[in-house]
Write a protein that binds this ligand. Structure first.
Ligand SMILES: *[C@@H]1O[C@H](CO)[C@@H](O)[C@H](O)[C@H]1NC(C)=O
Length: 259
């Protein structure tokens, strides 16, 4: 088998670069942490609620629930029995120790009625029965975020419901949080995001031009030193584009993929 020629190498390089760009573009379409798009295209971003200070709820029975949004709690926990204490999104302070109400999660989904974003945190502490025996199921909590432009600041989470009814046995919680941060907002960036995108593309094309031009000058034209760098002139650009086109046209595809 013959060694791959310079042309086929260059062409393969170009091909890999384009494939990489395509892959990066697709990855960019995924939701960023703690944001979600509704089916009608509205955009929600709860990152501002992800605070360095935890939020507090007092239950009807007088227990404190401490929680954070899309990040683990900052407050010291006490006698918390979970595998990964760093990953606790919230806990309820009970007489014999803290009880995790769920693991940190940054994946928002839309509420079933599309009213706003919802955050579900599963895999908290193991539920216990009245006698104190641990069960197989683990604690979980859902927060329903509601858009409310009249609320100043972050707003306050409110406990809607917990089950089982006995607060020392409770193992799932439903919380409502009215806040203006749960209102649909413009994509971060907007027009500036577009300009950034264009700038990045131009930069990438320049890099590509510089790299391919230098490779070509060095190996095909056997230039050395500063002569290797492609010229930034319209003539130079035309020349290199023409060269790249020729390379692409003449490339031996079998060699590219098998060599
Ligand atoms: C995180 O949230 C997603 C969407 O609601 C859910 O499917 C997943 O189970 C959650 N993970 C944890 C560890 O809570």
């Amino acid at each position: 088998m013959t060694r791959p020629t310079l042309k086929s190498r260059l062409f393969f390089f170009l091909f890999a670069l384009l494939a990489g760009l395509g892959g990066g573009g697709v990855a960019g379409l995924e939701e960023r942490p703690c944001t979600v798009h509704s089916s009608d295209g509205s955009y929600y971003d709860l990152n501002p609620l992800s605070a360095s200070k935890d939020y507090d709820i007092t239950t009807p029975g007088g227990h404190r629930i401490i929680l954070n949004v899309c990040r683990s709690v900052q407050e010291e926990t006490w006698n918390l029995k979970v595998d990964d204490p760093k990953d606790v999104a919230g806990f309820i302070r009970r007489d014999h120790g803290d009880f995790s109400i769920g693991k940190t999660n940054t994946t928002l989904v839309m509420q079933p009625d599309n009213e706003g974003p919802q955050l579900t945190m599963r895999d908290g502490s193991r539920c216990t029965s009245k006698s104190g025996a641990t069960q197989d199921s683990t604690a979980s909590t859902t927060i329903l975020f509601t858009c409310d432009t009249s609320v100043f600041g972050a707003g306050k989470p409110q406990l809607l419901w917990s089950a089982p009814e006995d607060e020392d046995e409770a193992c799932s919680w439903l919380i409502q949080w009215k806040t203006h941060y749960a209102c649909p907002r413009g994509e971060r960036g907007g027009i500036w995001g577009f300009f950034t995108f264009v700038a990045v593309i131009i930069l990438l094309l320049l890099t590509l031009y510089l790299t391919l031009g230098t490779l070509y000058n060095r190996y095909a034209l056997k230039l050395r030193g500063f002569d290797q760098l492609p010229q930034f002139s319209i003539e130079g650009a035309k020349y290199h584009v023409q060269e790249m086109w020729d390379v692409a046209r003449d490339a031996d595809w079998r060699e590219v993929f098998e060599g």
